[in-house]
Design a protein around this ligand. Structure first.
Ligand code: KG4
Ligand code: ZN
Length: 394
């Protein structure tokens, strides 16, 4: 089965084609095409993601990215049909808020022969609603023209599947496998918009174990990055500074709190930590590069310690057999290292799954893969698709 994946929930526009084989137990995926346009540089000027700017960029880039993916997957064939008047009217309605996308769609898509794909999977939440709508409208339009079912995907479920994919070859079209899955799976999902511990008891059966009461981890990284005058997104920049300080062997000079470390719940809070950084900075008259490194180091240590301790608590509470890390922040090397250590030392029976680095941040491969699992379960017939900014797993 071939799935076209579409992702537009935040600031990455991504389209992929993934070929999938096998059942729930040992599925194998081949990435046939994968095109991604990151808007990060654009948003960096404003120090954060602007929903309307994100929406505009998605609308501009979806058609070219689709063409790129189809070409890479060798399913780009000229030979389509002119749209009928009825189709044109429906498309005008669908893209009433995306005139630029409509224009490109009307020119480019009729040229294409219907590609050899079986379904279209698209992120319908959580995320920025204006951005989500662009992907959804695009998926619906393609589904209509090509006569393919459209499968709505929860972005966070995509991040979980991202971690489960293990690369098996470095060939031109890498093969990704999911090994025998040991339930229950505990997923620590850490991204720009989310921080949560979710238990997957079986396929698509979720229970919320803990979540942030205020800021998401990625958000805290980005805000502290801004306080240290680092470019957006702050996460990777802070990580670089922290590693430098760690390598020097110096002990971080400015202590920061570990919020909610001792509380009984598996919930998190990062707003206080961020404010503590602000107060610390106020007391430093001249912020040298070395002092920035010390703050980044201590901040990263504080975040990691809280994540590790809460996850440990959740592992004990749930007796999970697999631990999955997912979301953009799981690219952080100190966090990756610390979790490897935790599992090796204290939970040797637990399988730790961390996404390949290129699959940590938002991408459409994970959406296509999630689409395959949803398709195995049975594609929901004609369910109305709408953007759900606050969509939850549980
Ligand atoms: O999952 P993602 O790509 O988008 C959302 O769904 O939010 O996550 C983006 C977040 C940003 O906050 C970014 O700063 C953070 O992931 N991030 C990192 C690292 N790489 C990305 N945070 C810490 N260390 C990193 N190496
Ligand atoms: Zn994400």
């Amino acid at each position: 089965m071939k799935i076209l994946g579409i992702e537009t929930s935040c600031d990455e526009t991504a389209v992929s084609i993934v070929e999938a084989q096998g059942d729930f137990n040992t599925p194998v995926f081949t990435v046939l095409g994968n095109a991604l346009y990151s808007q990060v540089k654009l948003h960096a000027e404003f120090g954060g993601v602007y929903p309307n700017l994100a929406k505009r960029e998605h609308a501009r880039n979806l058609v070219p990215l689709l063409e790129k993916t189809l070409t890479e997957a060798e399913v780009y064939f000229i030979g389509g049909k002119e749209f009928s008047e009825a189709q044109k009217t429906t498309l005008e309605e669908l893209f009433s808020h995306e005139p630029e996308l409509l224009k490109q769609f009307l020119v480019q898509i009729p040229k294409l022969a219907t590609p050899d794909i079986d379904a279209i999977a698209v992120t319908h939440g959580p995320g920025l609603e204006p951005a989500l709508w662009v992907g959804i409208n695009f998926a619906n339009a393609l589904g209509l023209i090509w006569g393919k079912p459209v499968i709505p995907i929860n972005h966070m479920e995509g991040h979980i599947f991202s971690a489960m994919l293990q690369e098996k070859s470095e060939a031109r079209n890498p093969k990704l496998e999911i090994g025998a899955t040991q339930f229950p799976i505990l997923a620590l999902l850490i991204s720009g918009g989310h921080t949560e511990l979710v238990l997957m008891k079986n396929w698509f059966e979720y229970e919320l174990i803990g979540e942030t009461l205020d800021d998401a981890v990625g958000e805290a990284f980005d805000k502290v990055g801004r306080m240290l005058s680092l470019p957006y997104p702050g996460g990777p920049e802070i990580s670089k500074l922290a590693e430098k300080s760690r390598m020097s062997g110096e002990k971080p000079a400015y202590p920061l709190p570990r919020p909610m470390l001792k509380s009984d719940t598996c919930d998190f809070s990062f707003a206080g930590l961020k404010t503590a950084v602000l107060y610390t900075l106020k007391k430093i008259p001249e912020l040298s590069e070395n002092k920035k490194e010390h703050i980044a180091h201590e901040f990263e240590n504080a975040v990691t310690e809280v994540l590790v301790v809460k996850t440990k608590k959740a592992l004990e509470k749930t007796s999970a057999r697999t631990l999955v890390l997912g979301g953009g922040v799981s690219a952080n090397i100190h966090i990756r290292r610390s979790f490897k250590k935790l599992v090796e030392r204290e939970f040797p029976g637990v399988a730790l799954l961390i996404p390949e680095e290129k699959l940590t941040t938002d991408n459409a491969v994970m959406i296509a893969v999630a689409g395959y699992f949803r398709a195995l379960q049975g594609i929901p017939a004609g369910a109305e698709l709408r953007a759900r900014g606050e969509l939850r797993l549980a």
